[in-house]
Design a protein around this ligand. Structure first.
Ligand code: DX5
Ligand code: ZN
Length: 227
């Protein structure tokens, strides 16, 4: 199995789900100042995943707080009725689950028509074959390294092989597609994901669960496997 070369510094996308919900505006401001590259926003509907988070009105309220790209992860189905609302609320990327319905190709085209970057997300049980026909439509592929719905879960090492096969698949497209990982990313699992081929690290507890956000982000960015 080809192992991808150790990537240059990864992009770090702190996950707002792990922030202090009594001070969301301040938390967005703080993470911007701490050097985050993107802000990951988990949207959960209590139907596609067994948890409910927040909707487009919260995304819109936070939009004015930062210039960071909003990386909006829709753990909802159906997705189509809500794409425009999240685009209008200020999403820069809208990521939808390949498991969220039968017309994902059309949903990805719709996301592009809204002027937003399109991402596809794979649950741990979903094989890469599920996205071979839509690689020309995505800007980001997100591999879930936990079962979606909650923060603070343990990293699924079983996904590392999928990540390295996906990196190989992306290389063959000759397109600049981001490979993101999401779930259980911390200073010990970040280097494993990077070595497998991820170049975007999404992290909730490993950043917002710490007191010094800048230090936490820098630690994730520079974390290396023990030699
Ligand atoms: C799970 C979410 C992940 C999760 C990450 O459904 O998509 O973003 O909240 O949380 P940590 O980084 O704490 O595992
Ligand atoms: Zn997420």
């Amino acid at each position: 199995m080809p192992t991808a070369p150790f990537h240059p510094a990864p992009l770090i996308a702190p996950n707002l789900l792990a922030a202090d919900f009594t001070r969301l505006g301040e938390e967005v401001d703080a993470i911007t100042k701490a050097g985050a590259d993107w802000l990951h926003l988990d949207i959960m509907d209590g139907h596609f995943v067994p948890n409910i988070s927040f909707g487009p009105s919260v995304v819109q309220a936070l939009r004015a707080k930062t210039a960071l790209p909003f990386d909006v992860h829709l753990m909802i189905n159906p997705v189509d009725p809500y794409l425009e609302a999240f685009a209008k609320a200020g999403a820069n990327h809208i990521l939808i689950h390949v498991e969220a319905g039968p017309h994902i190709h059309r949903s990805l085209e719709r996301i592009h028509s809204l002027g937003v970057k399109a991402g596809i997300v794979l649950c741990p049980a979903t094989p890469l074959e599920a996205i071979t026909e839509i690689m020309d439509l995505v800007d980001i592929v997100l591999v879930m390294t936990v079962n979606p719905g909650f923060g603070g879960q343990k990293f699924l090492h079983s996904q590392l092989n999928k990540i390295s096969r996906l990196r190989h698949m992306i290389t063959q497209t000759n397109r600049n597609i981001h490979l993101a990982v999401d779930g259980g990313i911390d200073i010990s699992t970040a280097p494993l994901a990077r070595q497998a081929g991820a170049n975007v690290l999404i992290a909730g507890s490993a950043v917002y669960g710490k007191t010094d956000y800048a230090q936490a982000i820098a630690a994730l960015r520079t974390a290396h496997c023990p030699t």
